[in-house]
Design a protein. Structure first.
Lengths: 174, 404
């Protein structure tokens, strides 16, 4: 019996040490799969807003993702209702749509139709209007707006500014 | 210490140290297979052979493939396809086998469902088999990433996005899986590792479990008859081969098994040499471009049915339906409440359930390939609802099934 309890103790002691080791190695394994610091540091893109033409969609790149930039015409702004206007980003005199160009359903890139002034995602048939609000399911929400801050006539993507915070607070983007 | 004597032959020398005769008996000549079976019982061996083809062709591809986002595409489409002697052969064998293996897996699965081979002690065979199905699916997906073409990239994007869990917005989890904000170098390297090491190890281990699960209940037969394998094997060994209901695994069963494998291999290499195109998506011959989505993103044919269950619904419901489809087959032995282990044709309503499920999965597969528009959308939605409905109906109809 004495022997048994001693073995029992050794078993438990080993089990305890092994459990600590297992948890520690799981932690290390999790951290090894994390995005590298160099990947995270490359997360800022500065856009010069003076070069865009009206009603012409330009795709920029931020963190490997496509960013849609669309300069609105004054007719477009005039036709917008109250649910659409808050999504406009104003830099200097001009108004823009700036969103992540990935469908919020499963991440395909929607295409822009200049004539219909709307976006269509070919993967699963979702559509968005010209401020990228959803007009046909399956997308669960409007195209996301990337974190941005306005600096003079430029827009810095990846840096959180007051205009972005305001939009986020009002639930306009995730 | 065991007593060793001077060996009389090489076989005797090995026998004293490794008991090779005993091992041979346990694994082959005295491993008993019922006589009352048909060609569908050869699918297991066909899968073993196909896995071997995948392994051998994979080893040769591995010698020239470069898991690097700048080099991967050319290492496959230029180096392997044009420079390496017979490189095209390994690629086409690998691609065709990856597709055909799922055809055989589905036949193997539906054979098991038809003959009730997941009941009465055979539950672990079914469960280990479904775990193998999951492992093969993960292996197929990770392998699909490696040529780093447009379909590789966008399938990788879409499938990893599933882990955000819809409205849960677990974007951190998605970025963790990718090791980047989008599929990039970290993603390619880790899926390469999964494809050539971790998942194959899991598959080999699961094949061992699958075979081990067969030993005690033995292989089922065409009538679901409960055979006393001890009794029948004694009869066989005593010389009454005609009266016994069983035969040896080797060479008796294997002789016919390998004949079916032979027919299969003729078909397989016909595909490899003359019809490999079905396993090579043309869109994947464009290099990956993160700023351009292909017009239609669809998975390979063997994933279409579960993709179609995801597609007709809004994101969250779609994900739930998809998750349901992924796990529900695993639970088959417990959802089938009838004790009858006989062919579906003798099982009342279950007969209709079986054929309805088969036809529904074919319909889902066909709709999954077509663009989600108009009538196709509607048929897809109906087929997805039928799939879910059939699984909900299963416990009820089998509970009221008469004892056969």
């Amino acid at each position: 019996m004495k022997d048994n309890s001693r073995r029992g103790f050794m078993g438990k002691a080993f089990g305890g040490v092994a459990a600590v080791g297992a948890v520690a190695s799981l932690f290390a394994m999790k951290k090894s799969w994390d995005p590298l610091p160099s990947v995270k540091a490359a997360g800022f893109t500065t856009l010069d807003m003076s070069g865009y033409k009206e009603n012409e969609l330009v795709t920029e790149k931020w963190r490997g993702k496509p960013i849609f930039v669309l300069k609105y015409t004054s007719e477009m702004i005039a036709a917008m209702d109250e649910s659409q206007k808050p999504r406009i980003i104003t830099v200097g005199e001009a108004s823009y749509l700036v969103t992540i160009g990935l469908c919020t359903h499963l991440g395909c890139i929607p295409s822009y139709d200049r004539k219909k002034e709307s976006f269509l995602c070919a993967c699963h048939g979702g559509t968005y209007d010209l401020v990228a609000n959803v007009t046909k399911a399956p997308p669960p929400r409007a195209l996301d707006i990337p974190p941005f801050t306005i600096k003079g006539n430029t827009l810095v993507l990846g840096e959180v500014g007051p205009e972005y915070l305001e939009m986020k607070k009002n639930g306009l983007t995730l | 210490m065991a007593h060793f004597t001077k060996a009389t032959s090489i076989k005797d020398w090995l026998n004293q140290r490794l008991a090779i005769e005993k091992v041979e008996k346990v694994l082959a000549s005295e491993y008993w297979i019922p006589k009352n079976i048909n060609f569908l019982w050869a699918m297991g061996m066909i899968l073993v052979v196909t896995f071997a083809l995948l392994l051998v062709s994979g080893i040769f591809l591995l010698m020239y493939y470069q898991p690097n986002v700048d080099l991967a595409f050319d290492s496959v489409n230029y180096t392997i396809m044009r420079e390496v002697g017979y490189g095209w052969l390994w690629r086409h064998v690998h691609g065709v086998a990856a597709s055909v293996v799922f055809l055989i897996i589905y036949i193997h699965m539906f054979t098991g469902i038809y003959y009730g081979s997941y009941k009465k002690g055979r539950e672990m065979i079914w469960i280990s088999g479904m775990l193998l199905f999951i492992a093969f699916s993960a292996e197929a997906f990770s392998g699909y990433m490696l040529p780093w073409g447009q379909m590789s990239y966008w399938a990788g994007m879409v499938i990893t996005n599933l882990f955000a869990g819809g409205s849960l917005h677990a974007d951190g989890l998605v970025e963790w899986i990718r090791g980047d904000y989008v599929p990039a170098q970290a993603f390619l390297s880790r899926f390469f590792m999964l494809h050539v090491l971790l998942i194959p190890l899991a598959i080999i281990g699961l094949i061992g479990l699958h075979f081990g699960a067969l030993r005690i209940p033995h292989v089922n037969n065409q009538d679901g008859e409960e055979i006393d394998f001890d009794e029948e094997s004694k009869k066989y060994l005593a010389g009454d081969k005609a009266g016994s209901k069983v035969i040896r695994f080797a060479n008796d069963f294997m002789a016919k098994d390998m004949m079916v494998v032979g027919f299969y291999l003729v078909f397989f290499f016909y595909l490899v040499f003359y019809h490999y195109g079905f396993a090579m998506d043309p869109v994947n011959f464009d290099p990956a471009d993160g700023l351009k989505t292909p017009a239609h993103i669809y998975p390979e044919w063997y994933f279409l049915w579960s993709y179609e269950i995801l597609r007709p619904f809004s994101t969250d419901i779609g994900l739930m339906a998809f998750a349901f489809a992924q796990v529900i087959f695993m639970l088959l032995p417990f959802l089938d409440r009838s004790p009858n282990a006989v062919p579906a044709s003798r099982r009342g309503l279950f007969k209709y359930w079986f054929w309805a499920m088969l036809v529904d999965m074919i319909a889902l597969t066909a709709m999954g390939k077509l663009p989600p528009e108009g009538a196709f959308s509607t048929i897809g939605l109906v087929a997805a609802l039928v799939f879910i409905g059939l699984w909900i109906a299963l416990p009820v109809i089998t509970y009221f099934e008469k004892k056969a």
